[in-house]
Design a protein around this ligand. Structure first.
Ligand code: HEC
Ligand code: HEC
Length: 204
């Protein structure tokens, strides 16, 4: 009887230790929530180790969510990572930057591509419905809001009354020079859906 109680106590103690370890591992990994991370266990070993560098270095100043959602061309990511390296107080050397870029490229062509495939493969989706899901999937809402949801510093409400389909396409994949909107990497069929959605955002 006594032994069982002791064992229970020992079990409780080791569980507490495990929990404490869990929290400190999270704390050390960055202050950001678990849902911002992704499961990379099916990625090749070298990409998994690139992911660790990314998750560690790119969470120093902000969460990982933007990079895990938004899409850039390879040149676009190279420019973005260089920009981050140049920021005062960033500690990312060129070899780490190279590893981060390998992870980002792999993740674009696998996880991100698959999630967008899944949206367009859902044939029940009308273009504007698929487009609304793509708006989320591409991380547009980290910089834009619609009906108060998302980043309200740049609201897109009413954009469908202001811009034509052609203008919208250009604004998304090749914003005018001097614009602070980064050129997003969006294949044509996804772009059609996104634009169909944006065109529904009329002034009321
Ligand atoms: C030294 C701090 C710092 C580090 C380290 C850092 N960033 Fe940033 N990042 C910022 C700041 C500040 C902004 C917002 C201002 C801007 O975009 O210029 C930003 C913006 C961004 C954006 C624009 C998207 C958005 O939603 O605003 C992306 C993408 C991004 N960072 C990716 C990365 C990646 C990838 C890494 C790792 C290579 C990284 N960051 C490391 C400071 C940092
Ligand atoms: C890193 C932040 C960021 C991301 C991500 C982003 N945008 Fe933008 N976008 C901006 C900013 C800032 C502007 C304002 C451009 C300027 O400087 O004039 C803008 C402008 C626009 C405009 C033109 C608005 C107008 O009034 O003419 C459209 C349309 C647009 N974005 C759509 C999108 C879509 C769709 C996505 C996702 C595929 C997206 N944006 C992702 C920052 C972003």
């Amino acid at each position: 009887m006594r032994q069982i109680v002791l064992r229970r106590l020992a079990l409780a103690a080791s569980l507490t230790a495990l929990l404490a370890l869990g929290t400190s591992a999270v704390a050390q990994f960055g202050k950001h929530s678990a849902e911002e991370k992704i499961n990379v266990s099916s990625y090749p070993a070298n990409i998994q180790s690139n992911y660790k560098v990314f998750a560690n270095k790119c969470s120093e100043c902000h969460g990982l969510a933007s990079s895990l959602k938004q899409s850039r061309s390879p040149e676009g990511w190279t420019a973005e990572v260089r920009r981050m390296q140049a920021m005062a107080s960033s500690h990312i050397n060129d070899s780490e930057a190279g590893e981060i870029l390998k992870f980002l490229a792999y993740d674009e062509s696998h996880r991100k591509a698959a999630s967008r495939e899944a949206i367009s493969a859902n044939t029940g989706n009308a273009p504007e419905v698929a487009g609304r899901q793509m708006f989320e999937s591409y991380g547009c809402s980290s910089c834009h809001s619609v009906a108060g949801v998302g980043n309200t510093s740049s609201a897109l409400d009413g954009i469908g009354s202001k811009r034509t389909a052609e203008e919208l396409k250009r604004l998304i994949v090749s914003p005018p020079s001097g614009s602070t909107m980064p050129p997003m990497s969006v294949p044509d069929k996804d772009l059609e859906n996104l634009v169909a959605y944006l065109l529904t955002l009329k002034n009321r």
